[in-house]
Design a protein around this ligand. Structure first.
Ligand SMILES: Nc1ncnc2c1ncn2[C@@H]1O[C@H](COP(=O)(O)OP(=O)(O)OP(=O)(O)O)[C@@H](O)[C@H]1O
Ligand SMILES: [Mg+2]
Length: 439
């Protein structure tokens, strides 16, 4: 592809973030809204005539499907367009690293708590997308970004269908199949259970440092995925037997032997963690924050009150309508927020409930981002902290990062992208937040 463009559509391009099979991802700025974005520009140089037209129409359909998925663990899709004949789409810019880079370089996994924290967030995101009829089709570490505060962001929903289409049109060979379900490898029907197989493969890698059917060549990996029996390492405290049973079920070759939905797999995993081990100890449950299940009536009541303040008595009807299928308080609140017409009111409602939810999370629990609402005092404090590193520039940077940020954690994560020194970035991100008691 040619040199880095200065603009793509109305977006100002700042730097290249990475390259994949289909094109390039840039960090950019939306000058109209003043927020950072990621722009994925797809190169269609090899496609001509009718293939190009067909591809562009598929592109629109897939991006529309991805755009329907609104969830805190799914990278938001903002816009689509064409640049010099090549399609591009614009997404939320995530400060974070692809999951593969988070694994220790000397081998090994993230440890049980780290792995479970990622997998439960992934299942929450998939549950939301599957409920909307959207299958990801390409769950793999490079499509999973982890923010410095341990929040997972899933990207490229449905996009692999486009690389498949382009590969067929140009005769290109597909990339690594290491996380693909057997039915997808065979080119068969793919549904939610296929994403759950891939989730199992990622879970395996997070626990043991390598995917379950790893091999030296693409061909060997395909044969193993299709025909080899799964062998898991013996149980250890970091991979106890009930957790291994969940892993084995996710990785079953026939789809009907797997979990039917992301929600059932998440429930089985939570149950496995609560099962006493041989020596009678139970495994600590993972951090919850916005992933808290919907079991707390007092929290629900408070959420209903906050919603009623904004939209009146409709609130209770909306909650009843939004509850089925909402796998966590976070998902429920996102759904409710979608019902509030005014963007500003919506932002305030979300900031409110996130504050409530994080107030419920265990203090000091790792992984769950502290999500205090973003008020004037919090903004002034963050600006003052940033000024210690960046001087008067801090004011400009905060102003630029503010649009769309609803919580202290979100604002910090956005600002963290400005640090060049990792140690300073970490210090800025881990500044002890002042936790307010839930009201
Ligand atoms: N919204 C985003 N915010 C921040 N970084 C991103 C974003 N989207 C992509 N990236 C970065 O760009 C890199 C390249 O992404 P891309 O999807 O093009 O490649 P890939 O996932 O490695 O391969 P594939 O083409 O199979 O999807 C990613 O690994 C990620 O680090
Ligand atoms: Mg990708």
């Amino acid at each position: 592809m040619a040199d880095m463009p200065k603009t793509v559509g109305r977006y100002e391009i700042e730097r290249e973030i990475g390259r994949g099979a289909m094109g390039v991802v840039y960090q950019g700025l939306d000058p109209e809204i003043g927020r950072p974005v990621a722009v994925k520009l797809i190169h269609l140089d090899l496609l001509g005539g009718s293939h190009r037209a067909e591809y562009l129409s598929r592109f629109r359909t897939e991006i529309q499907a991805a755009g329907r998925c609104q969830h805190p663990n799914i990278v938001a899709t903002y816009d689509v367009g064409q640049h010099e004949g090549n399609p591009f789409f614009v997404m939320e810019f995530v400060v974070g690293s692809p999951l593969g880079q988070m694994l220790p370089s000397g081998g090994g996994g993230l440890g049980l708590a780290g792995a479970v924290n990622v997998i439960l967030q992934l299942l929450d995101a998939l549950g939301c997308a599957h409920d909307l009829g959207v299958i990801h089709r390409d769950i793999k570490p490079s499509n999973l970004l982890l923010t410095p505060l341990g929040r997972l962001k899933v990207m490229d929903f449905g996009i692999s269908r486009l690389s498949d289409a382009r590969a067929t049109m140009t005769g290109m060979v597909l990339g690594t199949p290491m996380y693909m379900s057997p039915e997808q490898l065979r080119g068969g029907e793919v549904d939610a259970r296929s994403d759950l197989f891939a989730t199992g493969a990622v879970f395996h890698e997070l626990l043991f440092g390598r995917p379950p059917f790893s091999a030296k060549s693409v061909e060997e990996a395909m044969v193993k995925l299709l025909y080899d029996e799964l062998t898991l390492p013996p149980p250890t405290p970091e991979a106890p037997a009930p957790v291994l049973a969940v892993l084995a079920k996710a990785l079953a070759k026939p789809p009907e032997a797997r979990f039917p939905t992301a929600q059932t797999m998440a429930a089985a995993l939570r149950e496995a963690l609560a099962t006493p081990t041989a020596n009678g100890a139970t495994i600590a449950p993972p951090p919850q924050s916005t992933l808290a299940p919907l079991g707390d009536p007092a929290l629900l009541e408070t959420i209903e009150r906050r919603l009623a303040e904004r939209i009146g008595p409709m609130a209770s009807i909306l909650i009843r309508r939004a509850r089925p299928g909402a796998s966590s308080v976070g998902v429920l609140c996102e759904r409710l927020a979608a019902e509030i017409d005014s963007a500003e009111e919506r932002r305030h409602f979300l900031a409110d409930v996130r504050g409530l939810i994080s107030g419920k999370a265990r203090p000091g629990s790792p992984g769950g981002p502290p999500s205090l609402p973003l008020d004037a005092a919090a903004i002034t404090q963050i600006e003052a902290e940033l000024a210690r590193y960046m001087g008067p520039m801090a004011k400009v940077l905060v102003k630029r990062a503010l649009p769309g940020a609803t919580t202290v954690a979100e604002l910090r994560e956005r600002l963290a992208g400005n640090f060049e020194q990792p140690a300073e970035r970490t210090a800025f991100l881990t500044h002890p937040p002042t936790v307010r008691p839930p009201s």
